[in-house]
Design a protein around this ligand. Sequence first.
Ligand SMILES: Cc1cc2nc3c(=O)[nH]c(=O)nc-3n(C[C@H](O)[C@H](O)[C@H](O)COP(=O)(O)OP(=O)(O)OC[C@H]3O[C@@H](n4cnc5c(N)ncnc54)[C@H](O)[C@@H]3O)c2cc1C
Length: 368
Amino acid sequence: MRIDPASHMQPAGTVLPPNDTCELLARRLRTDTQGEVLFDDGSRGRYATDASIYQITPVGAFVPTNERDIATAIDIARDLKVPVLARGGGTSQCGQTTGAALVIDNSKHFRRVLEVNVEEGTATVEPGLVLDHLNAQLKPHGLWYPVDVSTSAQATLGGMAGNNSCGSRSIAYGNMVHNVLGASAWLSNGELVDFGPVGSLGVRGAGIAQFVRGLARQHREQIAEHWPKVMRRVAGYNLDIFDNQSERPYTADGSVNLAHLLIGSEGTLAYTRSLKLKLAPLPRAKVLGIVNFPTFHAAMDAAQHIVKLGPTAVELVDRTMIELSLANPAFKPTVETALIGKPAAILLVEFSGATRPRCCLNSGSSSS
Ligand SMILES: Cc1cc2nc3c(=O)[nH]c(=O)nc-3n(C[C@H](O)[C@H](O)[C@H](O)COP(=O)(O)OP(=O)(O)OC[C@H]3O[C@@H](n4cnc5c(N)ncnc54)[C@H](O)[C@@H]3O)c2cc1C
């Protein structure tokens, strides 16, 4: 493997390490691990992209087969001063999984559900597990993981945690930060740390919590003044875990969970080894209302009133999307049943729960 000198400096300004460092990295990974070491041009080209518009050629890609491989790769990369970039499904849209780094792909071998506790309503999973695969395994228990990203057939739980992902039903269930109870993760120095409720942390976790609490205290006023008061935030770190600024508190009882610091950190604080997730009962009853609007603005304006009725999802579909779906023979017949005339926009409003809502007892799924 030789890296073309021209590719050392890439458009995004990121710089690849010198060739001899890259070669040494590949050699040491081959000798010390059982993983696939992919430093050829084709593999580096494949891993240069994700679902975003960015392209940055990585130093190389590494597909670990077991946890020891990951820990060893982190140690070698640290030793050679090569950045490490964890990757799940690579469906990020802002270039999160592209970089002049050693890309470590969890999606091939870290796909197991490690534990399901039906009574507690929790599951512990590996980071490369795809959301749909988790939910298929939970279904027989009457449970699901309700952070339903659109990319559920590709997105991995590790990537979802990295991005603080949300879904169409986040209005009811919250996003990742509200549904992760704990994480086990490697720090850049190779330490494996359990992140969870602050009261039950080990020595290293407690030290990190103390440090973060100090930072949060020191910057309390800035945090209160400038932290975006929104439900999903993925820019910057969740320094507000000690003084919640989120529209929806991170925990129901106001307690602090250090795992929430990692959510939305895009793999920059630690490398996730496993996640403990909060599950939800699968709703037994669902009803979908489709509301047609003459203008886009009217649809946007109505959403604020509709959310007060307690729906599980409110999705806006504009005329462009309506036209595109009508042009698709697979969707056309279904979409046509939802339209009254030629609306400028529609709102898909779902209600769900353990029993059929009273408002729906006399009707089927309706459009109005
Ligand atoms: C068409 C389309 C629709 C989308 N819809 C949604 C949506 O509805 N909701 C939504 O939230 N997003 C959506 N996205 C964005 C993306 O699909 C999600 O954020 C998804 O959860 C990312 O999962 P992934 O496995 O692909 O993560 P990746 O893209 O592989 O990684 C995401 C981040 O997590 C980090 N990471 C991955 N594994 C680890 C690990 N083991 N340890 C530490 N860090 C790790 C990565 O370094 C990266 O920073 C959409 C994207 C597309 C293309």
